[in-house]
Design a protein around this ligand. Structure first.
Ligand SMILES: [Zn+2]
Ligand SMILES: [Zn+2]
Length: 240
């Protein structure tokens, strides 16, 4: 399409099919996303936090105390926003309702939060665990996000290369140590040749204790991945 036609087409489409707030559904002008009332309820994270985990640090490039004490297995991690009752509501809406229209907006947020990781990545791999268990029956939201993010960035997505090989107990009530034990051997790489030597960005909905993401990262590294970074919609901040 000619470059000058595209903004015009977008304008006309906007008149015909106005965007709706992805949280409350009211009509919004301009770009798709959140309405003015919902926007302040989501606490977006800037990309200048701790390189290992993304939490805010006093000075760009500083590694936080938690990561210094126990360095994560992944190289870097980024999240689009803070996990809170409001953002949890947004994620659940994306997971459970028929919310395919949210995917382009969420992918844009992931792109912004993970720009530095994505610029160096060879492959996008979604975490297969709870994404699938909870809502594969409707459609695979993680795969949908991966495809949109792939479309925006040109980084290839492989939604089948990481597989859940063992059912694990629900994680919610477990401590971090128990969680690690629970998921340690739950994941396998189906085709090591597809990840060998690749710089991988692992996608998930929420970074909580990191047990699931640690298990997935280890599976990818064992299969020969050059390095693994983590990109999630939300992250839990301690003390909130
Ligand atoms: Zn709204
Ligand atoms: Zn950190």
């Amino acid at each position: 399409m000619m470059p000058r036609v595209r903004p015009l087409l977008r304008f006309v489409l906007g008149l015909l099919m106005p965007h709706r707030c992805i949280r409350c559904g009211v009509t919004v002008g301009g770009a798709p996303g959140l309405c003015a009332a919902c926007y302040p309820t989501i606490e977006f994270l800037a990309g200048s936090g701790c390189p290992s985990c993304g939490v805010a640090v006093p000075q760009p490039g500083l590694t936080c105390g938690v990561c210094l004490a126990a360095p994560p297995v992944w190289r870097r991690a980024r999240s689009a926003f803070v996990y809170s009752p409001d953002s949890r509501d947004l994620i659940l809406r994306f997971k459970h309702a028929d919310s395919t229209h949210m995917a382009p907006v969420l992918a844009a947020w992931l792109h912004r939060a993970g720009a530095d990781l994505l610029a160096e990545a060879d492959l996008l791999v979604p975490v297969p665990l709870h994404w699938r268990r909870l809502f594969l029956r409707r459609y695979n939201q993680a795969a949908l996000l991966a495809r949109h993010l792939s479309g925006r960035t040109g980084v290839k997505a492989d939604v089948l290369v990481l597989k859940r090989v063992r059912n694990t107990r629900p994680q919610g009530h477990l401590r971090r140590g128990q969680r690690l034990g629970n998921v340690r051997t739950a994941f396998a790489v189906t085709a090591p040749d597809r990840v060998a030597g690749k710089r991988i960005v692992l996608l998930d909905d929420v970074l909580t204790t990191g047990a699931t993401l640690t298990a997935c990262t280890n599976a990818l590294l064992r299969a020969g991945a050059a390095d693994v970074s983590v990109l999630t919609l939300a992250r839990v901040l301690k003390g909130r």
